[in-house]
Unconditional design. Structure first.
Length: 329
């Protein structure tokens, strides 16, 4: 039925990011099931066959548009999405809130003459409307919007979730982008992000420091505790804004969403922007001198006091426990 199918635009390969794919699949399946439609996926870029095979178990169809070695070009990618949207007439077209999604979604919305909703934290059907929640004013408040017109074009925040195993196998089909979609603008080069060897989004243990750390050199406590626990260091947005770290270290709406088994927050007050990036962690431990800090509301365990006194003691205990475990093994 027209208006009941859902298209998700996934990413893979050089110049694209796969961080939002899992969440797109989960939310897309939920919408399609609620509307009684199908989930369809578009992959556009270079050598997408392998990724198409990974997504096929979750989608009724995976459309593959081979666009050559160029990592991303808005003209060619828009043509691929338009081709699919014009044929399927979906109820929703969802993108990840990535650099590509943020560029492509509003272009598609303008082309289709519909409103584009960016940076959605959640998308769900209620009554006759689609309700989305998105941050405003740099994450200080959350707005809930009810959308009644279709199709819906939206970008969705990546999340630390994986879709459940599916027992089906969708159809993979190759599509050709019209020749008149030949781009007028071409990227001259791709600036690769700094490779640190740390992916906080996949880590099982994350130790994050915030403004309460104080001086830059105090962050060594975060590094040492992360090492002692067998985890990775991370930070909140203020430390990125001060130039201490890049966004690859940042937990929060404008950084990375994490869902580790253990999350240790050191000197982090708990702004909405940060909480939405870590609140789904299995166990949350908070160290903060302010007992009224908002982050204590999501904590499983809390330590109130000077982190410069508490953290050295925790590091020592963690090292002792690690040593004892190694000896017993």
């Amino acid at each position: 039925m027209a208006g009941s199918d859902v298209i998700i635009v996934c990413e893979a390969g050089k110049g694209q990011t796969e961080s939002a794919n899992a969440r797109l699949i989960i939310v897309g399946l939920e919408l399609a099931e609620r509307w009684g439609g199908r989930l369809l996926c578009l992959l556009a870029g270079d050598e997408m066959a392998a990724k198409a095979a990974d997504i096929a178990p979750f989608a009724a169809e995976v459309w593959v548009a081979e666009l050559g070695a160029q990592p991303y070009n808005s003209y060619a990618h828009l043509a691929a999405v338009r081709l699919m949207a014009d044929e399927i007439r979906p109820g929703a077209i969802l993108f990840g809130h990535t650099f590509m999604g943020m560029d492509l979604a509003p272009r598609l919305g303008a082309a289709l003459g519909v409103v584009t909703v960016a940076n959605c934290l959640s998308i769900a059907v209620a009554d006759d409307a689609v309700h989305v929640v998105r941050p405003m004013y740099r994450g200080r408040i959350l707005a809930k919007l009810a959308l009644t017109a279709r199709p819906i074009v939206a970008t969705l925040q990546p999340g630390g979730v994986e879709p459940a195993a599916a027992g089906r196998q969708g159809i993979v089909k190759t599509v050709t982008v019209p020749a008149n979609a030949n781009p007028k603008v071409r990227p001259r080069r791709t600036i690769e992000p700094e490779r640190t060897g740390i992916d906080i989004g996949k880590a099982g243990i994350v130790v994050a420091g915030g403004r309460g750390i104080g001086e830059r050199e105090n962050f060594t406590l975060v590094d040492k505790l992360a090492e002692a626990l067998g985890g990775v260091p991370a930070c909140s947005r203020p430390l990125v804004d001060m130039g201490w770290f890049g966004t690859n270290y940042q937990v929060g709406l404008s950084g990375n969403t994490v869902k580790p088994k253990l999350y240790v927050a050191c000197g982090i007050s708990g702004a909405v922007e940060h909480l939405h990036g870590m609140k789904e962690s299995e166990t949350i431990v908070v160290i903060n001198k302010d007992p009224d800090a908002p982050i204590f509301k999501v904590a499983h365990y809390g330590l109130v006091g000077d982190l410069n006194e508490i953290m050295p003691a925790l590091i020592k205990e963690a090292k002792t426990a690690k040593s004892a475990k190694s000896c017993s093994a």
